[in-house]
Design a protein around this ligand. Sequence first.
Ligand code: HXC
Length: 516
Amino acid sequence: MALSMEQRIEQLRIKRAELLLGGGADKLEKHRASGKLTARERVDAVVDPGSFVETGLFAQHRATMFGMEGKETPADGVVTGAASVGGRLIHLASQDFTVLGGSAGELHSTKVSDAMQQSLKTGSPFVFINDSGGARVQEGIDALSGYGKVFYSNVQLSGAVPQVSLICGPCAGGAAYSPALTDFIIQTRKAQLFITGPSVIKQVTGENVTADDLGGPDAHMTRSGVIHFIAEDDQHAALICKKLLSFLPSNNLEDPPYVPGDYTCDPDHTLDSIVPVDPKLSYDVREVLVRVVDNADFLEVQAGYAGNIVIGFARVCGRSVGIIANNPAVKAGVLDIDSSDKASRFIRFCNAFNVPLVTFVDVPGFLPGVEQEYGGIIRHGAKMLFAYSAATVPKVTVILRKAYGGAYIAMCCKDLGADRSYAWPTAEIAVMGAEGAAGIVFRKEIEAAADKKAKRAEMIEQYREAFANPTVAAGRRLVDDIIEPSMTRKFIAQSLEYLNTKRELRPSKKHGLIPL
Ligand code: HXC
């Protein structure tokens, strides 16, 4: 006899409850005991309470070999669906390690790429929470094909909707490439991310390395530059993700959310004494940034990588901005290969998502050295020139102190399209530092002098007097105004307001060719 509706509903409830347990109560308990949240708990940590609508709970693999025949894989090891974060729609996928180690089979990956396509169609960010042993080995090339679909979707979404990856467990082999194709990677201290694991490296190269040393968050933050944030645990990763999304529009056709408030721009006189007048003395540029942005709230991106440049998100009078700032506290704030890569990528992200760029300049130049030249500083430094020149969002530049040579240009000078450029009275805009310049321009005079040392000092002073202030640059209109440091926030806020409707058209083409 056919089952009644009541019986069917009861069966459905039992089945749903079973599927929601993923790999089962024991595996969930083991997973929690390792200090991690489960796939569903991670979703709850990211999204607004009660907003998550799951799709594909009943998804089931169709593999038959290697013990897969009849094997249940709830949701096929990945929780997918839509939810809201801060009241705005997102789509997401969260891999369930309790189901075959979160391994990605054909259906698993199809679910992920379908959720990504929903992001694209609805103009909503995509969040991918990774915890997986990689391609599901039992499914062979079908698993590879699934990954291919995910990568393809990553690229389709790129520049159209923000993509954020959370790495909360293992993320090995090809699995590392989906996060790599997204805009931001947040890695927890319990996660490892690598292409080739320690045992294979040992076989191939003989090198001994632990999984944490190879692919832990410290390695990726300080050495490889692959990740953007380190999270202490899953909850922390979710917090970073939510905060990051709060600065961003849902897609490339929208502006970032404006946060209304009663903003003041009173002069902050502590700014008058942060930057030492002596160009040889250093300071931490973040001391300046927190005094300029709303509520001293600055979300630094890649804080542990190439610290000679600081990048991150903040708001000025409620408007999201992307900040790029040389940091004299690290390597004198010089531009080198890594800092150029770091900043260029960030500039392009901001431009793609309509986030205005605010640049703070105190740069002695590009880093000289054989290693830098062999490493391709020409190619990498050119990325800065390209990224800033190509950016059509509002661009506001504040020159705090040194702005020398090519690095002055690369830090968004007027000629690269800065809409507003302001200089502090300490600004020195010059082709190079006075010491180097005097050695070239006055070489003959110095050599001919009886007291070479004194002559050299005199010539350095002469050159410095000519260029160690922003007046010459302001005279040439290379800066729009010379401002008091205490008024910086006001000038930036006004500029952003007046530039809010900025529209700049460029020649139509498939895409420019940034020197990658
Ligand atoms: C199928 C897998 C799996 C995988 C793990 N499991 N990885 N099943 N395919 N890739 C299963 C395990 O068999 C086990 O099942 C369960 O998940 C938990 O795994 P454990 O090993 O018990 O857990 P743990 O000790 O925490 O180790 C986790 C791990 C390890 C480090 C991820 O499982 C591991 O090294 N897995 C293989 C990683 C790997 O080589 N991936 C690359 C695949 S090839 P039971 O039933 O016992 O609970 C690839 C190429 C893709 O990714 C290229 C795309 C372009």
